[in-house]
Design a protein around this ligand. Structure first.
Ligand code: ADP
Length: 312
């Protein structure tokens, strides 16, 4: 992944009836990066996507795609973007080839190169064998592949996918995720979703939006750090009083689950594991379980969102 910035959004805002759907949101996407755009329903994801793809004008802010200002030069900038809206824009009475040829023309690919562009997009999306079938007769998973094919047909720098796996069955979801991973080899991808594990599986970076505001913008690794709960679950063969555990260096508090099971809380910079192990051995505490606990992504997500709601 390089550090070349392919998409930059600066202080984007959009109001509907006086209410901010997107409120002063800034971020950038680098070459080769997959960015997950995460948020509850009504958070402002689609509104942001529509602005990034030039389908909705922001009230404030700037967007540049590969250095081209989207508001000043929409034609040139849009040529650098591929977009799959939540409801794929498919003409179902056409065959896959007919539809993709139409998309190639819409994207102003030179006529000599249209067939090559169609063939390449079909090959990349696993559509070659259904090239001559009517889109209406394809399964939802295959229709979604056609949606992705139309988004990449003009080799855009940035591909924007809005809820690409919604409404698919588990097998189709796996296939579409695999396809997105392959697409990410050649394009930067912005992916909006409300499915948390999808972000973990596919994305390098996560942006969490809630009530129009960007609350988190960091790598998956940083998000994983937040998943560390800074608690240890300990269990002993025989009852052990919490007071003994409180004396262990680094333990800030002890939650007693039952006489043999306790949860130890500690500060992130002072992990008591080593001290606890030494003490357990020297005092013959008969430690049987020592387990660092983790918060689920869902808990971290809720914490980030609720913090903001509590601050409002
Ligand atoms: P998400 O995609 O995260 O579910 P949206 O961007 O669709 O969220 O919506 C953000 C907010 O903006 C919501 O409160 C929604 O009701 C409002 N909104 C979106 N589009 C319109 C519109 N065309 N007219 C009025 N309100 C809108």
């Amino acid at each position: 992944m390089s550090n070349k910035v392919l998409l930059e959004a600066t202080q984007l805002s959009r109001y509907f009836g006086g209410k901010a759907a997107v409120d002063d949101v800034s971020f950038s996407v680098n070459q080769g990066e997959v960015v997950g755009f995460l948020g509850p329903n009504g958070a402002g994801k689609s509104t942001t996507m529509r602005m990034l793809t030039g389908n909705l004008a922001p009230d404030y802010g700037e967007i540049t795609i590969n250095g081209i200002d989207l508001l000043d030069k929409p034609g040139l900038a849009k040529a650098q973007i591929g977009y799959l809206p939540e409801t794929p824009p498919l003409y179902k009475e056409l065959t896959v080839t007919e539809f993709l040829r139409f998309c190639a023309r819409l994207n102003q690919i030179e006529s000599r190169q249209q067939q090559t562009a169609v063939d390449t997009a079909m090959a990349r999306c696993g559509l070659t064998e259904v090239a001559h079938r009517l889109i209406a007769n394809l399964s939802k998973g295959f229709q979604q592949r056609v949606g992705i094919a139309q988004a990449i047909i003009h080799s855009p720098s940035v591909v924007i996918l809005d809820e690409p796996t919604s409404g698919l069955d588990p097998i189709q979801i796996r296939e579409i995720r695999q396809l997105i991973r392959e697409i990410a080899d050649e394009h930067s991808v912005i992916l909006s979703t409300h499915i948390l594990p999808e972000v973990q599986m596919l994305c390098d970076r996560v942006q969490i939006i809630s009530q129009g505001q960007l609350l988190f913008n960091d790598t998956i690794d940083q998000l994983s750090l937040q998943m560390q709960a800074h608690t240890l679950l300990v269990e002993f063969e025989q009852p052990l009083a919490a007071d003994f555990l409180k004396q262990v260096e680094g333990v800030s508090s002890v939650e007693t689950i039952n006489l043999q099971r306790h949860r130890l809380h500690y500060r992130p910079d002072n992990n008591p594991t080593q001290a606890l192990l030494s003490r357990a051995v020297s005092d013959n505490w008969r430690l049987t379980t020592l387990m660092p606990e983790r918060r689920s992504l869902e808990e971290v997500f809720m914490k980030i969102i609720q913090k903001e709601e509590a601050d409002v």
